[in-house]
Design a protein. Structure first.
Length: 320
C-alpha cells in the first residue's frame, strides 16, 4: 500500500521527468541519420589491420564530411554514414581511407538514400509505432472486459498508453541531448526498433500488474463485495505488493546483459543498448509507480456507475 498512499509523490516525479523530456526534445531537437534525412552509406573491410576510428573520423572531417558517423563491424570492418556523396567525392574518399596507401580495403557495400526514400521510412516508422499503440489499447480493453467494475476495461488501455508515452519520451529525450552535445548518436531505423522493443517490454510489465488486479477484483466480485473507494485502492495496493519483486527482478535481469552489450559490445550496438536500458528503467517505474496508481485516481473521480435495480419476482398464486 506504500505506493498507493504516496502516489502523489510518484505522479509529481513522473510529471517532472515528462516535462523535462519535452523541453529537452524541443530545445535540442533530433540528430537524424541517413535513414531519415538521406545520405550515403559505405561499408569497407580492411585486409590486414584497420586504422583507428579517431583517424578515420579525422580524415572525414578533413574532406569536409563533418557530422559523419563511424561504426565498427567485426574485426576489420567499418560502416561510414555521411551526407550524400557525388562520384568525385566518393573517389576522393576511397583514396583518403587508404591513408596514402598504408591500408588497403575491399568495398562491401555502398548506397545512397534520397529524400524520397527517407520520408517513406519516416512515415512507415511513425505508422508502426501508432499501430502498436492502438493494438495495445484494443488488446487490454478486450482482455479486461470481464472486470469492467469499478473502472471500465477501456480505461485500463488508456492508462497503459499514458505509461507508454512516458517510457518513450525519456529515452528519446536522452538521445536528443546526447546526440546534440556529447556524442554523435543519431535517430535511425535501429532507434525506432529499440522504441518498439521498449513498448513491448513496458506493456508486458504493466499487464503483469493489471492481470493481478483483475484476479483480485474477480475474487472480490465473486464474493459480492462492493469494490469502490478504499476497497479498490486496497486491491490495487495488494496487487502491487504481490508483483513488485517479480517486476523488479525481471528488469534487473534485462539490464545486466544490456549493460554488458553497452560497455563490452561494439560501437554499432552501443546506441541500441543505451536506448533499451533507459526504456527498461522508465518502463519499470511507470508500470509500478504510475499506471496502477492512476487507476485508483480514475476510480475516485469518475461518476458512480448506475446499477439497475433487480426486479422482484412475483409470486404466482393459482386461482381457486
Amino acid at each position: 500500500m506504500f505506493i498507493i498512499n504516496k502516489r502523489n509523490i510518484f505522479f509529481i516525479i513522473a510529471s517532472i521527468i515528462g516535462f523535462l523530456s519535452v523541453v529537452t526534445i524541443s530545445v535540442f531537437g533530433f540528430n537524424p541519420g541517413i535513414d531519415f534525412q538521406g545520405g550515403s552509406l559505405l561499408e569497407v573491410t580492411y585486409k590486414e589491420t584497420k586504422p583507428a576510428t579517431e583517424d578515420i573520423k579525422s580524415i572525414l572531417e578533413t574532406e569536409g564530411l563533418v557530422g559523419s558517423t563511424i561504426q565498427e563491424v567485426d574485426t576489420n570492418g567499418v560502416i561510414i554514414k555521411t551526407t550524400e556523396l557525388s562520384d568525385e567525392q566518393k573517389e576522393i574518399l576511397d583514396e583518403a581511407l587508404t591513408f596514402g596507401g598504408t591500408f588497403s580495403f575491399t568495398e562491401d557495400r555502398y548506397k545512397n538514400l534520397g529524400p524520397t526514400i527517407s520520408d517513406e521510412l519516416k512515415n512507415k516508422s511513425l505508422f508502426a509505432i501508432l499501430l502498436v499503440v492502438l493494438a495495445i489499447v484494443a488488446f487490454i480493453a478486450y482482455t479486461f472486459r470481464k472486470v469492467s467494475r469499478p473502472v471500465s476495461s477501456f480505461k485500463y488501455g488508456l492508462v497503459a498508453i499514458v505509461a507508454l508515452v512516458h517510457d518513450i519520451l525519456v529515452p528519446t529525450a536522452v538521445f536528443s541531448f546526447l546526440g546534440s552535445i556529447f556524442v554523435d548518436y543519431q535517430i535511425d531505423v535501429l532507434f525506432v526498433t529499440a522504441l518498439l522493443a521498449i513498448l513491448g517490454f513496458s506493456v508486458n510489465d504493466t499487464i503483469v500488474v493489471f492481470d493481478r488486479i483483475r484476479e483480485n477484483l474477480r475474487k472480490a466480485l465473486d464474493k459480492n463485495k462492493q469494490v469502490t473507494g478504499q476497497a479498490f485502492e486496497k486491491i490495487v495496493g495488494t496487487s502491487l505488493q504481490q508483483t513488485f519483486r517479480r517486476s523488479l527482478n525481471t528488469s534487473i535481469t534485462t539490464l545486466i546483459p544490456l549493460a554488458f552489450l553497452f560497455f563490452v559490445g561494439g560501437e554499432a550496438t552501443k546506441p541500441f543498448a543505451l536506448v533499451l536500458g533507459i526504456g527498461v528503467i522508465a518502463g519499470t517505474y511507470s508500470s509500478l509507480f504510475l499506471a496502477s496508481p492512476l487507476l485508483t485516481v480514475i476510480e475516485k473521480y469518475q461518476k458512480p456507475q448506475k446499477t439497475k435495480p433487480k426486479k422482484e419476482k412475483k409470486e404466482f398464486v393459482p386461482r381457486v
